[in-house]
Design a protein. Sequence first.
Length: 186
Amino acid sequence: MDAAPVTAGNYPCLILNADYQPLSYFPLSLWSWQDAVKAVFLDRVDVVDHYEQCVRSPSFEMQMPSVVALRDYVPQNRTPAFTRFNLFLRDGFKCTYCGSPNELTFDHVIPRRLGGKTSWTNIVAACSGCNLKKGGRLPKDARMHPFVAPFQPTMHQLQAQGRRFPPNHLHESWMDYLYWDIELLA
Ligand SMILES: [Zn+2]
């Protein structure tokens, strides 16, 4: 199931893995309350915390789950996918040359025409200004060097980056299961 968009009105439920860690930090693993209730009835999750509000039908009544934990542990991927989003996340949604968060695009550190690959170790986030300025040149020729040399991140590194960009709505019952600092940043 995909993470639902977070709005204050739809009673999103935080999904924990069987080890009580969030299944994902970014995006934060959330289900709609409907999916959470379904999973409860299918015995796939344990309810850890709930909202005050109830769901009612003629045959049952229950408080809507706000945090559930999966009964079966889902192994976490070791290698993050090489996607535009993950690359921006690795670089903190900033240009690696000037630090600007605006008009982000990508730069081949070693230009393609000189054999530079489209890979984790040769692509960095760059604003369009820096991209244009550097053109098809090597860093030493353009005198532009990335703050951090491009690298293949681990899942853990991306998750750590992800917690710096928390969603705009966090239910208080989720706080015990998230990093300490996420509340301060929210
Ligand atoms: Zn820039």
